[in-house]
Design a binder for this molecule. Structure first.
Ligand SMILES: Nc1ncnc2c1ncn2[C@@H]1O[C@H](COP(=O)(O)OP(=O)(O)OP(=O)(O)O)[C@@H](O)[C@H]1O
Ligand SMILES: [Mg+2]
Length: 376
């Protein structure tokens, strides 16, 4: 592995074709053969086509898409549970595809941790013994493993539950154990495939909060798969949307909401509470050089909804927009804020990667998720 800070994940020109003669079809797929043609004429399944994603260290990369779009196939390439038909998967600068068996085993143990949709806890082990599992495999002493595990169990809100067994816990609590187990590994990469999709909506929102809180401290490189747009917008520093094995849009929450790449994405985005996703920075008028502003000032990363609330309370029509340094970087009016919410005449100047940390209160989309692709 490279020395120094973790170098993130870079996926380059990645193709996956399922079938016995996959390699013979790479060129045809590169040249545009459709998933349907590949399947109907040649009996092969197109899993992924020309995926290129750069995930900086410390970033939460969300991968979103409907069932069968290739999300699990993609995440399973990162720890090479699936071998690509072509392409590179660079983790901290090292191509996972080229690793030998020993290198791969070390890489999986030390560089990656996974959180599974169905928790994948060992039923005969109690909460503590499930949590230390990865450390045990790594050969860490019992005393040290227990110390680390207890720390994470407390952090995810399970202090006092150490001796319970999985069947004595609710789904949300089991997933907290799954998260504590993954975090105990202290691997720089955390892979979460629909980790929260089996949870009730309220518990799910709780678990999102837990993850966002912890991530502020641990700054792991997280790949989080979901088919729920609200979850994607809330968690993702970056979002990639897949359809039929292809990335059809990549960007921040605001890129996706303000500029959906096509009708498919626009349909998803229509239901979103824009006021909570779009920040003032994305819709403000830039400050004129030398132009002062009196009255209220609002930080640039404030959500549109919160900014409207502030202006409503103060009774003012507009406000100065300030950067973290306190410098005035723009102005925003009540009319601009209202327009952003109803999607009328929104400009697309700046964008900011993080949502305000609140989830829109829309019921879960019911996209069928038949396969829990991972096994324990
Ligand atoms: N081992 C396999 N053999 C053949 N085809 C496969 C295999 N694994 C996945 N596929 C196909 O690859 C495509 C992508 O599947 P994948 O499981 O990655 O989708 P997904 O986005 O994770 O869906 P879901 O939301 O249902 O989990 C689908 O067309 C699927 O049928
Ligand atoms: Mg899947």
């Amino acid at each position: 592995m490279a020395e120094g800070a973790f170098g993130g994940i870079k996926i380059r020109n990645l193709y996956k074709i399922f079938g016995s003669n996959a390699h013979t079809f790479v060129d045809a797929v590169r040249n545009g053969m459709s998933k349907t043609e590949l399947n109907e004429k040649h009996g092969h399944v197109l899993g992924l086509r020309n995926i290129n994603i750069d995930i900086p260290s410390g970033c939460i990369q969300v991968v979103m898409g409907l069932s069968g779009s290739g999300k699990s196939t993609l995440i399973r390439h990162i720890n090479r549970l699936i071998d690509p038909t072509a392409g590179e998967v660079l983790v901290d600068g090292v191509d996972v595809v080229k690793m030998n068996v020993q290198e791969l085993r070390n890489f999986r143990r030390h560089q990656t941790a996974m959180v599974f949709q169905k928790f994948a806890l060992l039923p005969h082990r109690n909460v503590l013994d499930n949590t230390v599992y990865g450390l045990e495999v790594q050969g860490i002493s019992r005393a040290r493993s227990v110390e680390v595990a207890m720390g994470w169990l407390e952090r995810v809100g399970l202090k006092g539950y150490e001796t319970r067994f999985p069947n004595q816990l609710s789904g949300g609590m089991q997933q907290r154990v799954g998260l504590a187990r993954a975090l105990s590994n202290d691997a720089p990469v955390l892979l979460m495939d629909e980790a929260y999709s089996a949870l009730d909506p309220l518990i799910r929102t709780d678990m999102q909060t837990v993850l966002l809180d912890i991530q502020k401290e641990i700054k792991k490189t997280i790949v989080f798969i979901t088919h729920d747009l609200d979850e994607a917008l809330r968690l993702g520093d970056q979002i990639a949307i897949l359809r039929d094995g292809e990335v059809i849009q990549q960007g921040t929450s605001q890129d996706i909401v303000l500029r959906p790449a096509d009708d498919y994405i626009a349909t998803f985005v229509k239901e979103v509470n824009r006021g909570r996703v779009i920040t003032v920075e994305a819709i403000m008028s830039p400050a004129r050089v030398g132009g002062g502003h009196h009255g209220q000032s609002i930080p640039a990363e404030t959500s549109v909804e919160e900014a409207m609330r502030k202006l409503s309370i103060s009774g003012e029509d507009d406000a100065a927009v300030t950067a973290a340094s306190g410098e005035v970087v723009g102005t925003v009016s009540f009319r601009q804020l209202a327009s952003a919410i109803v999607n009328a005449g929104v400009t697309d100047m700046g964008t900011k990667s993080r949502t305000d940390g609140t989830a829109a209160s829309r019921p879960e989309q019911t996209v069928h998720n038949p396969a829990d692709t991972f096994t324990a």
